[in-house]
Design a protein around this ligand. Structure first.
Ligand code: PAF
Length: 281
């Protein structure tokens, strides 16, 4: 069932709650792929009712980013949702969701100053604003996010903690194509040659993982190994490569001792792709 009105969505949720149903929520920007599908399937397993939002959120795109070009196919997305246990696809128009004189910001400081936050100013403010609006409208018991957007997960968890929001954040593993490329709605932008070049992201992370498995514990050495792998790909332009603490997202330079995250962001042609691995020492 496709719902576009906030009032109608709130009415449905009220009824579900009255009937004692638990609600799982999967926020998306559409162009659904197997990564989203894994989130939806988990939500369907763990909740009585499942809502998937499909909304290309203008407030999280910078002025030079791909908001207009972002792939949109609501009909196809709705039919994918039908087969996997989704009760409502919530897809409001931007005019329905945002007031013209919208004055409230949701800013998570610190965690958003690094990595994608430093490269995409305002991005996480837009994400936090739309996600908190959806949480208020849908009142989910659990909300499902992909580990591919590792910084987004960390920021959302902090927002939920700081604002005492009554929702459990469930993080699901990255879904990859058979050759290792992380599933992303932006993969459709890649030409066949770029698609091949894009494998450098997962390949570089494999290099880092092997080094860690072989006992390497120096963050600078790991970063150098990642960089030297990526620069061998002529179509790749590095946006950032870091070794960070997985909780604080602070960049590590010397010996690593705890849980780390290795996030990479690389332009392949004009397409900016991200990937990461988490590693426990
Ligand atoms: O991860 C995404 O697709 C978006 O950032 C989200 C969480 C749906 C908010 O627009």
């Amino acid at each position: 069932m496709l719902v576009k009105s906030i009032k109608e969505m709130q009415g449905i949720v009220k009824k579900w709650k009255k009937e004692g149903h638990s609600v799982g929520f999967v926020p998306t920007m559409g162009a659904l792929h197997e990564g989203h599908q894994s989130l939806i399937e988990r939500a369907a397993r763990e909740n009585d009712r499942v809502v998937v939002s499909i909304f290309v959120n203008p407030t999280q795109f910078g002025p030079t980013e791909d908001f207009d070009a972002y792939p949109r196919d609501l009909e196809k997305d709705c039919s994918l949702c039908q087969g996997v246990g989704v009760h409502v696809v919530f897809s409001p128009d931007a005019k329905e969701l945002y007031f013209p004189d919208q004055s409230t910001m949701v800013h998570v400081s610190g965690l958003t100053d690094v990595l994608c936050g430093s490269k995409r100013p305002g991005h996480f403010d837009g994400v936090c604003l739309v996600v908190s609006k959806f949480f208020n409208i849908i009142q989910p018991d659990k909300a499902y996010f992909g580990q591919k957007d590792a910084q987004q997960v960390t920021v959302i968890k902090r927002m939920v903690r700081d604002l005492n929001l009554d929702v459990e954040i469930v993080v699901c593993p990255i879904v990859r194509e058979s050759d290792g490329l992380a599933r992303s709605s932006r993969n459709v932008y890649l030409s066949p040659e770029e698609r091949q070049a894009a494998l450098v992201l997962s390949r570089s992370l494999e290099v880092a993982k092997n080094a860690l498995n072989n006992g390497e514990r120096n963050a600078s050495v790991l970063k150098a190994a990642l960089l030297s792998c990526i620069v061998q790909e002529p179509l790749a332009e590095i946006d950032y490569v870091e070794i960070v603490d997985s909780e604080s997202l602070q960049v590590l330079k010397g010996k690593i001792a705890n849980s780390i995250l290795i996030p990479v962001a690389v332009f392949i042609g004009k397409t900016r792709l991200i990937d990461n691995i988490a590693y426990k020492i």
